[in-house]
Design a protein around this ligand. Structure first.
Ligand SMILES: O=P(O)(O)OC[C@H]1O[C@H](OP(=O)(O)OP(=O)(O)O)[C@H](O)[C@@H]1O
Ligand SMILES: O=C(O)c1cc(=O)[nH]c(=O)[nH]1
Ligand SMILES: [Mg+2]
Length: 193
């Protein structure tokens, strides 16, 4: 799949939003990639997950024993990537603010994990998820996401395979351009402030 093909999938899902968004990190942005809309169509999700898996070296693909994703945004992406790899998918969630494995999900000691996110902006959620997976005994050998909008800044500490890299501006709350400050802000994600 080319970059144009991937963007066409996002456009077809009405997932490229413009406005004034407060991101998980507290940064503000005039653009938001709503991956939940992209993943509404399971066939589209499967196509994108297969394309993502195809970007990984063959030896990495065969080494991955399980996929773990951070809830909420990562769950469907992780499930589709796991289907493409032929492995199981778990998720970590943060009912008390810190990611943890619940619901009877377990990792065996040293089990080789691919961490799958929907979007990486600062990489904080991915790093927190990786820490939770490692605290639960997993060995995170790589990370993947549908979108990397970190503009090359996110360091996840493991090899990182995004399906598409998008250059999107972000601003600190006290440094908004006037045209962005003039718009009402919405916070689409579920991380608590
Ligand atoms: O790289 P970062 O700066 O951490 O931003 C990206 C994270 O933000 C979004 O999740 P969010 O925290 O909004 O919650 P959700 O997945 O539960 O909607 C997205 O799903 C990523 O997890
Ligand atoms: O940084 C985020 O919270 C974020 C950005 C984005 O474009 N899409 C998304 O789901 N989350
Ligand atoms: Mg998330």
């Amino acid at each position: 799949m080319t970059e144009d093909d991937i963007l066409a999938e996002f456009r077809a899902a009405d997932a490229l939003l413009e406005g004034h968004f407060i991101l998980s990190s507290g940064l503000h942005s005039p653009r938001y990639l709503q991956c939940a809309r992209v993943l509404m169509d399971p066939m589209r999700g499967a196509r994108l997950a297969s394309a993502l898996v195809a970007t990984m070296p063959r030896d990495l693909r065969s080494a991955i024993e399980i996929v773990v994703s951070p809830a909420m945004g990562g769950i469907i992406a992780g499930h589709e990537v796991a289907r493409a790899l032929g492995v199981e998918a778990l998720f970590v969630e943060r009912p008390a603010g810190t990611f943890e494995l619940r619901r009877g999900f377990r990792l065996s000691p040293g089990q080789k994990v691919l961490m799958v996110e929907d979007v990486v902006t600062t990489g904080l959620s991915s790093r927190e998820a990786i820490k939770a997976i490692e605290d639960a005994g997993g060995d995170v050998i790589a990370a993947a996401s549908l979108v990397d909008r970190s503009n090359g800044t996110a360091d996840l500490g493991v090899p990182f395979y995004p399906l598409i890299r998008l250059t999107v501006p972000t601003y600190e709350a006290d440094a908004l351009p006037p045209e962005l400050a003039a718009l009402p802000a919405e916070k689409p994600g579920s991380r608590k402030a």
